[in-house]
Design a protein around this ligand. Structure first.
Ligand SMILES: [Fe+2]
Ligand SMILES: [Fe+2]
Length: 473
């Protein structure tokens, strides 16, 4: 169904046919806009931004581009088209018809999962709200705002499900999604990573590369769900999400590219010299990567999890790209995970595949993360520089699961806590690193110009020139 823009809430779910639901969402809409004005991008609300807006849910030509003031962005409800006679693709209900309503026995689980997903969307907007003041170019400023408005739309996606399928509880949860705030000591966001402060663009690019990619894998798991409206909602969200990870991958890539140019120019890899020249040395990029990657690993949950097993057996959440796995039931299959052996080493532990769903998804995520890292390394190699970026082990700096609180080196070998403490500034951004990165954050607003620490993009947005005025200040 095509998207109806003539209503107050654009949608392709025939919202007008359900007056109660429509009124409830129209009631939530001003609260959302108040939240956007208070907690969304600081300033820039009156500026024209070159944004894309969804106009259809097809793979081809689904968005239109044009100058929009952010508060006028048409946030709405867009579900991927319904698949005729879709069947449940995994778990104990395998082969049965998918559900158009939430079964009573799974109601609270679905509600919690939808609220947790929904909570991350506005959280990231809050984390990023001050970055506009230090954007390295108008092109980057526009990309930040594109990501922000789409995270706002992802909140709408989850709020629609809460309103449409969870009655009064759902409406209350939708209100609370606007009341928790990133980093708030009293009412923080639900997940740790989404309460981390973000005051620099290197972190923003790492976040959109690593943390938005966690989002991609969560959405891919939901896209398999037996609850069809959730599957359809998340399938369309994935279309939007791809751009966020593009911003991350090309952002980090451009920081590296600029560093390599200056390394060649000055013929040095001396950190102090490079920093004086105003670029980010490669070891610092590695440390920021270590931080955001490991923080995102925790979002997948414990390696062995009976909750994860229940989600799978009950058809609530599948594995990303479930179709590519050979066995969709996994009724008595087993797998091995690495756990601490209690004596400063590690050992294998056998668990059921169902209990290992979080770990399976996490490992798929790591593979996907490595694709971009390999591309970044190709750039470094082409420049003739002897340096390789490397993702740390999934055991490093974990705060959730079997390795929570266990000191390891980036290779994942357990070490004494004292050694970790002594070496952590080699492995994770130090206060000095953070202060240096912050010192680079100077705003550049002339169309086509870039801050000195980042290379220009290869091309502009939607076939526009890099010099295009993406935000009219
Ligand atoms: Fe999102
Ligand atoms: Fe995103």
């Amino acid at each position: 169904m095509s998207i109806n823009y003539s209503e107050r809430i654009p949608n392709n779910v025939n919202l007008a046919s359900d007056r109660t639901l429509q009124r409830a969402l129209e009631h939530w809409q001003p609260a959302f806009l108040d939240w956007w004005k208070d907690m969304g991008p600081s300033d820039f609300q009156g500026n024209d931004v070159y944004l894309r807006t969804a106009i259809g849910v097809d793979a081809q030509g689904w968005a239109s581009y044009g100058a929009v003031k952010m508060p006028d962005y048409r946030w709405g409800i867009f579900l991927a088209d319904q698949e005729a006679e879709r069947k449940i693709g995994f778990g104990d209900h395998m082969g049965e018809d998918v559900w158009q309503q939430v079964p009573g026995e799974y109601r609270s689980v679905f509600r919690r999962l939808i609220v947790t997903q929904g909570d991350t969307e506005p959280a990231s907007v809050e984390q990023q709200r001050l970055l506009g003041h230090t954007a390295p170019s108008l092109y980057d400023l526009r990309n930040l705002f594109q990501v922000n408005v789409e995270e706002g739309r992802h909140l709408w996606a989850m709020v629609y499900l809460l309103h449409a399928h969870f009655g009064r509880d759902g409406r209350e949860e939708a209100e609370e999604l606007l009341e928790r705030h990133s980093g708030d000591p009293d009412k923080p966001r639900i997940l740790g990573t989404f309460n981390e402060p973000m005051d620099n663009w290197l972190s923003f690019f790492m976040f959109t590369y690593f943390t938005d990619r966690d989002g991609k894998f969560q959405l891919k798991s939901f896209a398999e769900s037996a609850f069809d409206p959730l599957a359809r909602t998340t399938r369309f969200m994935l279309t939007e999400e791809a751009h966020h990870m593009f911003v991350g991958e090309t952002g980090v890539g451009r920081v590296i590219k600029r560093t390599l140019e200056v390394m060649k120019e000055l013929d040095t890899d001396d950190v102090a010299t490079l920093r004086k020249a105003g670029v980010v040395d490669l070891p610092t990029i590695q440390r920021f990567m270590n931080f955001w990657f490991t923080s995102s690993l925790d979002l997948f949950g414990s390696e062995a999890s009976s909750n994860a097993a229940n989600y799978f057996s009950n058809g609530i959440k599948g594995r990303p790209d479930e179709a590519k796995f050979a066995d969709h039931v996994e009724s008595d299959t087993e797998m091995t995970i690495q756990v601490p052996d209690g004596q400063g080493g590690l050992k294998g532990e056998t668990i059921t595949v169902r209990n290992g769903m979080n770990e399976i998804t996490r490992l798929e995520y790591v593979k996907d993360c490595n694709v971009g890292v390999t591309r970044w390394n190709m750039g470094i190699k082409r420049a003739g520089i002897d340096f390789e970026l490397k993702l740390p082990s999934t055991r490093f700096r974990r705060q959730v699961g079997a390795w929570s609180g266990i000191a390891t080196n980036p290779e994942g070998q357990p070490i004494a806590q004292a050694e970790f403490d002594a070496r952590k500034d080699e492995w994770l951004p130090s206060d000095a690193d953070k202060a240096f990165i912050k010192s680079l954050m100077q705003r550049v607003v002339e169309p086509g110009k870039m801050a000195g620490w980042i290379a220009p993009p290869d091309r502009g947005i939607n076939a526009q020139a890099v010099e295009y005025q993406y935000v009219k200040l």
